[in-house]
Ligand binder design. Structure first.
Ligand SMILES: *Cc1c(COP(=O)(O)O)cnc(C)c1O
Length: 375
């Protein structure tokens, strides 16, 4: 049996007729940028998350950058985030001219450790502490009540990186409503995936929403009149039409991801793998199901030999990447981050994964333990 780690094509095929019709509708409309589809999707997505404003943009990295710029973040400012994330988070900070300050993660939730954030804020590098970007990695919400309180105390902005957490909740509220703004990605493999690039900035603050709108298109309030300098980052009509279809299935997909996680939990309970946990009050969106093993590379190789795809999200922490090492100031230890990078392994996870496939993955993982035990 072959089980891929992810399968965006299956997400298309599950709703093929509806998606094909949506694409045809856009092709026939003759209107391809910023029209009815984007408008409809922005309204529907804002309502799904529980915010009053949503602005479609080109991708998740742009969403982070524009959210930061809307808060006035620029050169001389410090933005605190985690090293255990997609490199996009730090890249977006540097695109504004600000300096990223990396803090450690909680080893169980893989999200920003508020104690590490507080320690970094107690002895920051030179610069003006301006914003915090918690990343709800793998779909697990960060400890937002504590992060928001720290931000309030230091008069800083909070921008949530929700690129992996569409549909996750904490204390009954979705990720994306806790910060001043939040950034989403619709990259094809995300929990809500387009069939190309796409992103969204959400906020319930009307003036921040207006700033993002202006920055998104040359500072235009009125076409061809730039009230402020801006660039170009737009969600196109085709992707918005596809997302309008797929948003209708996001709740069911999130439930399915959780059902798959329960199957994994049960079938892997007796292995020596560390299984993912969910903190009290949190509802996981299971973008990834990440296990830990001190023999991770051998486990991944064994699974691969038996046709099971895995991935490492992410193999090298940002502060150890060639582009960033020795360049970013390190003010707190990042030991949980460095340890996790050596041990994590993302098992296959996507809503169309069948029960038989999940059982097969677990059988193969159990074989590995038995083999390891014989050594
Ligand atoms: C995917 C991702 C991004 C970037 O989104 P793109 O649409 O690929 O630019 C940012 N942060 C995290 C945590 C991501 O997983």
């Amino acid at each position: 049996m072959n089980v891929p780690q992810c399968n965006p094509k299956a997400g298309y095929q599950a709703h093929q007729a509806e998606i094909d019709a949506a694409i045809k509708r856009v092709l026939d409309s003759g209107w391809y940028i910023l029209g009815k589809e984007v408008e409809t999707f922005e309204k529907a997505f804002a309502s799904y998350i529980g915010v009053s404003h949503a602005v479609g943009v080109g991708n998740g990295t742009d969403a982070l950058e524009l959210a930061l710029r809307a808060c006035g973040v620029g050169p001389g400012d410090l933005v605190f985030t985690v090293s255990h994330s997609a490199v996009a988070t730090v890249a977006a900070i540097e695109l504004t001219g600000a300096t990223p300050v990396l803090v450690d993660i909680d080893p169980n939730s893989y999200t920003m450790d508020p104690k590490s954030l507080a320690a970094a804020l107690a002895r920051p590098p030179q610069g003006n502490p301006k914003a915090i970007i918690p990343v709800h990695l793998y779909g697990h919400p960060t400890d937002m009540p504590v992060i928001v309180e720290i931000a309030r105390h230091h008069k800083m902005h909070v921008i949530e990186d929700c690129a992996q957490s569409h549909g996750a909740t904490l204390n009954g509220k979705k990720t994306g409503v806790w910060g001043h703004l939040a950034a989403f990605s619709f990259y094809p493999t995300k929990n809500l995936g387009a069939l190309g690039d796409g992103g969204m900035v959400v906020t319930s603050n009307p003036s921040l929403a207006e700033q993002v709108r202006l920055l998104q298109q040359y500072g235009w309030r009125q076409r061809y009149i730039s009230d402020m300098p801006g660039g170009n980052s737009r969600l196109d009509e085709m992707q918005a039409a596809i997302l309008n279809v797929k948003l209708n299935y996001l709740t069911a997909d999130t439930t399915r991801r959780n059902d798959i996680a329960v199957m994994y939990d049960n079938l892997l309970r007796n292995t020596d793998l560390d299984l993912p946990t969910t903190t009290a009050g949190a509802a996981h969106a299971y973008h990834q199901y990440v296990v830990r093993s001190r023999t991770r590379d051998a486990l991944a190789e064994h699974l691969k030999q038996q046709g099971v795809g895995t991935a490492i999200h992410y193999p090298v922490p940002v502060h150890m990447q060639p582009a960033y090492q020795n360049r970013l100031a390190q003010v707190v230890p990042l030991s949980n981050t460095e340890q996790a990078a050596k041990e994590i392994c993302s098992l296959p996870m996507f809503p169309q994964l069948s029960e038989a496939q999940v059982q097969y993955v677990c059988e193969v993982a159990n074989q590995f333990r038995h083999q390891a035990g014989l050594r």
